[in-house]
Design a protein around this ligand. Structure first.
Ligand SMILES: *Cc1c(COP(=O)(O)O)cnc(C)c1O
Length: 384
């Protein structure tokens, strides 16, 4: 109706976010609802940390004042954390030049904001297209389209979800007007849970410096595999991480990018000056300072993942893949069976993500997983 609204937006749909709480799900209200559709950590912040955060809010945060727009303290703490993942020994004191410093870090209101900032800083205004390999995290394509940035899509191998590198290379060669400026990959990928293979990493290393390589490590804490140690040799690579998963702060929106200072400078130019509320900064600082406690639940989640995988392997008519993360991807022989399965699980109270021709199931708490196994068993009986 309004002619002032950009015409290409009429072809886009607003992202339907995960419903807050459990409202909006067509399930009986007297059964427990397990939110195994968004890959969060199943545990809230421990009570003591919530109390600390509440104290900080009451005593130290002046709500009438703008937040710290430089994020200095938080960047310092994150740089230290990131360096531990490169070399636990070096961080003991002999800080070499190869370590990450705050100049290598930019913070965003969730990594979603950083994805958008990267798109603005690279492709906006007809200057570039992006390349993604489906199925993958949908936000890259969604955000690109809202900015009028073309999205080039290639596929993955069915056997292990490795990117079709021949198709990707061909797409880069053949796409012009505008050329591919950014390649987005997730390590490990969502929804398929596979870490980058040696061949994929070699291909990313072979890309020319005119192309920005974004490696989204949202699940790093679960996979314990990272490319940050290579960033010094790869000035055209950016690593994205988030506090929404293992750090248990999805509600508070905090993500970070690690890259060459020149890329960081570009990100800082395009971001909103007060993108992170004071409360979010306080929570992220608290979380990173207590990482030993928060990340302490990861072995338990990985054990639970193996239990779930063992269970799933015994089910007929299910195709499942190995997981490098805190979620599992599965498929059924037909699309119809898959839709049916997703629907039944939801009806029984297990929310899953039906995407990319499969179902993505988050590894939850022991109790949640026990229920998801029961529900899978019940639902599979009716479809096979
Ligand atoms: C969950 C997730 C994120 C996190 O996004 P936030 O905006 O930080 O909550 C980023 N990338 C991938 C691939 C994810 O699965």
């Amino acid at each position: 109706m309004f002619s002032f609204i950009r015409s290409d937006l009429s072809g886009l749909r607003a992202y339907t976010p995960h419903p807050g709480g459990t409202s909006g799900s067509p399930v009986a209200s007297d059964i427990p609802i397990d939110r195994l559709d968004t890959n969060e950590c199943p545990f809230d912040l421990p009570k003591e940390l919530k109390e600390k955060l509440a104290w900080t809010y009451q005593q130290l945060i002046e709500t009438n004042r703008y937040p710290d727009g430089s994020h200095a303290e938080l960047k310092d703490a994150i740089a230290q954390y990131v360096n531990e993942s490169i070399s636990p020994v070096l961080t003991q004191g002999e800080a070499g030049e190869s370590l990450i410093s705050p100049a290598n870090i930019s913070l965003g209101n969730g990594s979603d904001e950083l994805i958008r900032s990267l798109l603005i800083a690279t492709c906006l205004g007809g200057e570039g297209s992006i390349l993604v390999a489906d199925p993958t995290f949908s936000m890259y394509g969604i955000l690109a389209k809202t900015l009028g940035i073309p999205v080039v899509t290639v596929g993955r191998k069915q056997a292990n979800f490795e990117i079709d590198l021949t198709a990707a290379q061909k797409a880069i060669k053949q796409t012009s007007n505008p050329p591919i400026r950014v390649v987005f990959v997730v390590h490990p990928n969502s929804p398929t849970a596979n870490a980058l293979t040696a061949a994929e990493l070699e291909w990313l290393r072979s890309l020319p410096e005119e192309i920005l390589v974004v490696i989204d490590e949202a699940y790093f804490e679960f996979s314990q595999t990272t490319v940050v140690g290579e960033l010094q040799q790869r000035p055209n690579w950016v690593v994205l991480r988030t506090f929404s998963k293992a750090f248990r702060l999805a509600a508070l929106r905090m993500g970070y990018a690690i890259a060459h200072p020149e890329i960081i400078l570009a990100l800082e130019k395009v971001r909103l000056p007060y993108n992170l509320p004071s409360f979010t900064q306080a929570a992220a600082l608290l979380a990173v300072s207590h990482r030993q406690v928060l990340l302490g639940c990861i072995p338990e989640i990985l054990t639970e993942r193996e239990k779930l995988l063992d269970f799933l392997k015994q089910q007929p008519n299910l195709q499942i893949w190995h997981s490098d993360s805190n979620f599992i991807y599965l498929r059924t022989p037909t699309d119809e069976a898959l839709t049916n399965l997703a629907h039944q699980l939801k009806h029984l109270g297990t929310l899953v993500r039906h995407t990319g021709g499969g179902i993505r199931l988050t590894v939850g708490s022991e109790q949640e997983n026990q229920r998801s196994r029961q529900h899978l068993l019940a639902a599979l009986k009716t479809i096979s």
